[in-house]
Design a protein around this ligand. Structure first.
Ligand code: S3P
Length: 773
């Protein structure tokens, strides 16, 4: 029990739902209520929600230790006056908790000051962001507040204990507590609730006053209906709210008028670029605002609960699981999605170029979409993506605008690191944030050399991690300057970050890499007409140039193809052809390593697409053998190790990987997480500081084309992806040599790089069922 006796004043939808929820969850010994309507009081008594009720507070309030005011905003003063009288008469204690549910908060505080002469220590202004279309006692729902927000506005005068008790009460009925001050609450609600209602009422008024209004209403399509649904709400309630929140609402309305005038101007001028930019930004913001708020993936639909007079959209996290029944053989010709690294860069370079860049084969996965969204947030007009086609209206090297909100990079390390380089050189300030997994990854590896170039940026997370806060050159007063930087690790992300920053730096920026790493940045800079000097492992750019738009055809991602290359190798009697896969020599380490392991791989239709080599890859079952993986191949197959560990488990003999410490700072610690999963499925492996040793379970005498089944290598079991897409897909591949069902939890991140993975896998003979909760 949280309270002895709760007194609810007002048995409308919110008051009655709260009373019911308190009763069902046994949060108070007694509940009493006050309502002007005798019928509501009687109904509450009949339903045994309350033990006493009346139209007058003094009749029931005695001994209440919590009073909840659930009346319309305008009635609050009258209710406070009754409470004051009850205190004077000694019916309730002076420090009794008094809370409310009103949509505006300043008026509640003003009324309290006026009535009590001071702000009582028990006064806790609160506002549940929940409701329903219907009103009244009979519409009550005990679960009305579940998964909804409850805003508490503690006052300087409020007892901390009172805030705690009200928080506990709302949490116990399922709400999530948010705290903000009174002025902020009223400003936020003016934008998110009061302004939309005002506009809905106004549009109906506008259309209804046309002479031909019957025709307009008769033929009104979904747009009118959807936009004005909320204008069917109670006019008295909204009248009261608009007046109660007058200053904040007028501010919001003035700003709205400015936006409307701008939109009018763009239409009048037929300024298609700006108009498309505005509509595109709005569309993607509408689609993604819930994702940004809740850090959920971009490609997942949100579950929106009911909208109400005063509700904000509410969303829940999505979590998916693969349940994979073992299958033996796979066959077919497939196409995998576009290259992730090239997709990211196409948006970045296209945005900074002069002219229009058309991209085809763009990867519509979470990570690349995060990059696309970030550039939209910085004012770039981007059409699409639609069937892999994107059209970018470049703004030129100095045309980016500051984002109004922190830039959200989702799970994408590439976006965060490359954008850090671009943004460190801009005139304006920026903040970069990411999801839980990205927020654990090291960002000082880019921040440190950027500081050497004169940038001002902070990794504000706990250990050199995101959020990254960047101060623009306007405030700093100086441009970046070129440096020569010797990278401690062969990282394409660090290299690209510095080369990108170098575009705005004075003089020459040179990056020296210890080993070859992927060179898409260098290639794409050249394709956009920017000179890059490459001398062995030294790569340099001179600042001050410009980029000129060009079309980009993104090849299929060899990192995605890798899953099916290993799948076909370890499965029995299998043959898979993967078409038009990118064959950039800085990415083909997977082919070299698999060939060293005796895989049967052949290439055909070798050609060039948009400056990158591509080919069809055919791969057949083969008895793989364990090897010591040459260290120079590590950066060239850096993303493919999780699935290579699956290949190694099926090989004859031991496979040793060393010099691969970088794997520990990918989307997860890929050495530790893979070792856990492999052990779980019955494979022996030993983790080393910078690699792993895997005892392959392949048998020397096995013949992959034999009719008798190949022996299972993995048992069944339950695996956790640790928020890492490649871990999830690698263990899915393991099912081709598993004796039992493999369940993989947390596979929603597969969408970051490979939307449609399970569907494609099922098409060629695997059996992956996806369960989403
Ligand atoms: C990438 C570089 C690699 C890779 C990542 C994409 C890129 O990271 O793992 O998936 O697009 O530049 P590092 O450069 O940190 O090794």
């Amino acid at each position: 029990m949280l309270f002895e006796q709760v007194c609810i004043i007002g048995l409308g939808l919110i008051g009655a739902s709260l009373a019911q929820a308190i009763k069902d969850r046994q949060l108070a010994t007694r509940i009493v209520a006050v309502d002007r309507q005798p019928a509501s009081v009687q109904a509450a008594l009949d339903a045994q929600v309350i033990i006493a009720g009346s139209a007058k507070l003094a009749d029931v309030v005695v001994d209440s230790d919590c009073i909840i005011v659930a009346v319309p905003v305008k009635a609050v003063t009258g209710v406070f006056t009754e409470i004051q009288q009850a205190i004077t008469q000694g019916l309730v204690a002076e420090d009794c908790i008094i809370s409310d549910v009103c949509s505006t908060k300043q008026n509640v505080v003003t009324a309290a000051k006026q009535v009590f002469g001071h702000l009582p220590s028990g006064l806790v202004p609160a506002h549940p962001i929940a409701g329903a279309e219907q009103s009244g006692f009979h519409s009550r729902r005990a679960d009305l507040f579940v998964n909804h927000s409850l805003i508490i506005c503690p006052l300087k005068t409020t007892r901390p204990q009172a805030v705690l008790q009200i928080s506990d009460l709302w949490q116990a009925v399922g709400a999530t507590i948010m705290k903000m001050d009174v002025a902020h609450h009223d400003a936020v609600l003016a934008y998110t609730s009061h302004l939309p209602h005002l506009l809905a009422f106004n549009l109906v008024e506008q259309l209804a006053s046309h002479d031909d209004n019957m025709d307009i209403f008769r033929y009104a399509a979904g747009g009118f209906r959807d936009f004005t649904r909320i204008a069917a709400s109670d006019p008295v309630m909204w009248h009261d709210i608009f007046i109660a929140n007058k200053p904040a609402l007028l501010n919001a309305l003035d700003e709205y008028s400015e936006y409307l005038a701008k939109l009018r101007y763009l239409i009048k001028q037929e300024d298609s670029t700006q108009l498309l930019g505005l509509l595109g930004r709005a569309q993607s913001a509408r689609k993604h605002f819930g994702h940004m708020l809740t850090s959920t993936p971009y490609t997942k639909q949100l579950t929106e609960t009911s909208h109400t007079e005063n509700s904000m959209a509410h969303s829940t996290h999505v979590s998916s699981t693969y349940i994979i029944t073992p299958s033996r053989t796979i066959n077919g010709t497939i196409e995998v999605p576009g290259d992730k690294s090239i997709s990211h860069r196409s948006i970045m370079f296209g945005s900074l170029a002069e002219g229009i860049t058309k991209v085809s084969g763009f990867l519509e996965g979470e990570d690349a979409l995060a990059t696309l969204q970030a550039f939209r947030d910085m004012g770039v007009t981007i059409e699409g993506p639609e069937n892999g086609e994107v059209v970018i209206h470049g703004v030129g090297i100095n045309g980016l605008k500051p984002s109004r909100t922190p830039l959200y990079m989702g799970n994408s390390g590439t976006t965060m690191r490359l954008l850090s380089g671009i943004l460190a050189a801009q005139k304006f300030d920026s903040v970069l944030t990411g999801d839980a997994s990205l927020s654990k990854r090291p960002m000082e590896r880019v921040a440190k050399p950027l500081r050497e170039m004169g940038a001002t940026l902070q990794t504000t997370g706990e250990r050199g991690t995101a959020p990254i806060s960047i101060t623009g050159s306007d405030k700093r007063g100086s441009q970046l300057h070129g440096i020569t930087y010797e990278m401690p690790v062969a990282s394409a992300q660090v290299k690209s970050c510095l080369l990108l920053a170098g575009l705005w730096a004075t003089g020459k920026t040179t990056v020296i890499q210890p080993e070859v790493s992927r060179d898409h940045t260098e290639r794409m800079l050249s394709a956009f007409g920017y000179e890059v000097q490459i001398e062995g492992n030294r790569i340099s750019v001179e600042g001050g140039g410009k980029l000129t738009a060009c079309d980009i055809a993104v090849p299929a991602d060899i990192s995605s193809a890798a899953f099916f290359m290993v799948a076909a190798s370890i499965a029995q009697n299998s043959e898979i052809t993967i078409t038009k896969v990118g064959m950039n020599p800085t990415r083909t380490g997977i082919i070299d390593i698999l060939q060293l392991m005796n895989a049967d791989i052949s290439l055909s239709n070798e050609t060039f697409v948009g400056g990158e080599p591509v080919a069809d890859i055919t791969i057949r079952s083969a008895p793989l053998t364990g090897i010591h993986i040459p260290e120079h191949l590590v950066p060239l197959a850096i993303d493919e190790f999780p699935v290579l560990f699956v290949a190694a488990s099926c090989a004859i003999g031991q496979t040793v990987l060393s010099g691969a410490k970088e794997l520990r700072v990918k989307e997860s610690d890929r050495i530790a997480v893979m070792a856990d999963g492999l052990t779980q499925l019955g494979v022996n492996c030993t983790v080393t500081e910078d690699g792993i040793i895997i005892e392959g379970k392949g048998l020397a005498e096995q013949d992959d084309n034999a009719t008798s089944a190949l022996p299972a290598v993995f048992g069944g079991g339950e695996i956790y992806s640790h928020h890492d897409h490649r871990i999830a897909m690698s263990f899915a591949v393991a099912s081709l040599r598993a004796s039992d069902t493999i369940t993989i939890n947390g596979v929603e991140t597969v969408n970051t790089s490979f939307p449609g993975f399970s569907e494609l896998a099922n098409k060629i003979g695997m059996t992956i069922a996806t369960r989403t909760v």
